[in-house]
Design a protein around this ligand. Structure first.
Ligand code: DLL
Length: 436
């Protein structure tokens, strides 16, 4: 394993006071940039009677309005652009209906800084130009593939741009080309571990030394399973499309939380109900202000991820604040096999296909892989009409849901009036995974 564990040592180990000073400088500039170039956010600031002149210190951040997914929807697609489209070179997006879809824009500089963040994550797990980095996050609109791919290039690793799926081919390239670093979702890493075993390989047969796994919640138990089945150290990485993608935060050798790349992302923890900023060490919703992003410069973006921040000194020498693994969400988004799914998307398909909105969703994790079951009530007329065609109907509905959300569920059509009615807020999701 390489000695050098930092990609940008000066920044990653910068004394906290200097880091705060750097953040302040960038914040003042960024607020001005957004105010001048994003009319949508300027209007929100004006509503609160705030101007860039009111933001003089980091503490003034709390005077600024929040942004949320609703704003992204209202401003879709160009309303939050901070640069002329002619300066933008790329988009990425999350799956979903137009209502929930997030389209993030990047200038070349944005891509560059994002790739730096991913490079930091790769070097932190011992990556160097001697490594062979197998990237099996999805490429395309999803940020996972491109982000780690770009980071791998920056570090100088030999990059295997595998994208997701085709496990047989993944294993062949991993073994024949001696991959040393694996980048994918933790559930796929677990699946690869099992598949290698089924193919007759022992953990010591591969050359992998580390994995960079994220995009979905995973537990310490799962980490131990993956580490044992692949014979590696497994590291967490966090990010979201709205703030660029993976690499907003990453784990170092201590494996006790993820360092947030604070020179680019200013983090706050708020009470999800009141919006009040909470003191360090409190559990609450993570909010990010992107300090450098040009094309999609979100200020105070509410991630809906619940976690805790800690500035406890880290043995790796990095000074950037650490976030815990996300401990849940303050909205109803589920992450199923790495794909973000909202119950409302599934409901939209049911209604479009002529089913009543009486349904519930069951999520579980079996052998480290997520399962999604959707139970849908038939109307009395549908019930009459469906006798003998249950499985064809179930399959057609499962396909329609897959087209909308990107994950194929198992659909169960059930008898009329067999799903319990709720007296208050309907319980739509039964999540049996023990993730937190
Ligand atoms: O999942 C970006 C990413 C790609 C991160 C590859 C890491 C690796 P989105 O599809 O926009 O972006 O989903 C973002 O996924 O708000 C969290 O709820 C969840 N998430 C991301 N990383 C982790 C993680 C990518 N390490 C949403 N642990 C976020 C738990 C995670 N949840």
């Amino acid at each position: 394993m390489s000695e050098k564990r930092y990609y940008q040592e000066e920044i990653e180990t910068m004394p906290v006071e200097a880091l705060r000073e750097l953040q302040k400088e960038k914040l003042l500039k960024q607020v001005r940039h957004v105010y001048d170039n994003v009319p949508y956010y300027r209007a929100k600031m004006e509503e609160l009677g705030v101007t860039p002149d009111d933001i003089k210190e980091l503490e003034d951040l709390s005077k600024l309005p929040f942004l949320s997914k609703t704003d992204l929807r209202d401003a879709y697609p160009y309303g939050l652009l901070g640069m002329p489209l002619s300066e933008c070179v790329r988009i990425h997006s999350t799956s979903g209906t137009t209502g929930k879809r997030v389209v993030a824009f990047y200038t070349q500089k944005d891509v560059d800084l994002w790739e730096d963040c991913c490079a930091r994550a790769i070097v932190a797990v011992g990556g160097s130009k001697e490594d062979v980095c197998q990237v099996c996050y999805g490429y395309g609109l999803f940020t996972g593939g491109s982000g780690l791919h770009g980071g791998s290039h920056k570090v100088g690793c030999l990059t295997l741009p595998m994208s997701s799926g085709n496990t047989e081919r993944q294993i062949q390239f991993m073994m024949d080309l001696n991959a040393t670093i694996l980048c994918c979702t933790p559930s796929y890493a677990a699946y690869l571990g099992e598949s290698l075993k089924e193919a007759g390989y022992k953990p010591e047969d591969n050359r992998l030394k580390a994995g960079i796994f994220g995009a979905e919640p995973w537990t310490e138990e799962m980490r131990r399973d993956i580490e044992a089945s692949l014979g590696i150290k497994a590291y967490d990485i966090y990010g979201l499309t709205e703030t660029s993608g993976p690499g907003v935060a990453f784990e170092c050798e201590e494996q006790t939380g993820m360092h947030i790349n604070e020179d680019h992302f200013l983090a706050e923890i708020i009470d999800p109900d009141t919006g009040e900023v909470l003191p360090e060490g409190s559990k609450g919703e993570l909010v990010f202000t992107a300090l450098d992003k040009e094309a999609f410069p979100l200020l105070r973006y509410r991630t809906k991820d619940i976690c805790v921040l800690s500035r406890k000194k880290c043995s790796c020498g990095r000074t950037h604040v650490k976030m815990s693994k996300p401990m849940g969400r303050s909205d109803d988004m589920m992450i199923i096999r790495g794909v973000n799914v909202f119950p409302s998307q599934i409901e939209a398909v049911l209604l479009k296909e002529g089913y009543p909105p009486n349904y519930y969703i069951e999520v579980d994790r079996v052998n480290n892989s997520d399962t999604l079951d959707v139970f849908v009530e038939l109307t009395a007329e549908q019930f009459e009409d469906t006798v003998g065609k249950f499985s064809a109907r179930e399959n057609a509905l499962a396909e329609a849901i897959k087209t909308m959300v990107g994950v194929k569920p198992k659909v169960h059509l059930v008898n009329p009036k067999s799903i319990a009615r709720s007296e208050g807020k309907a319980v739509r999701i039964v999540d049996k995974r023990k993730l937190h």
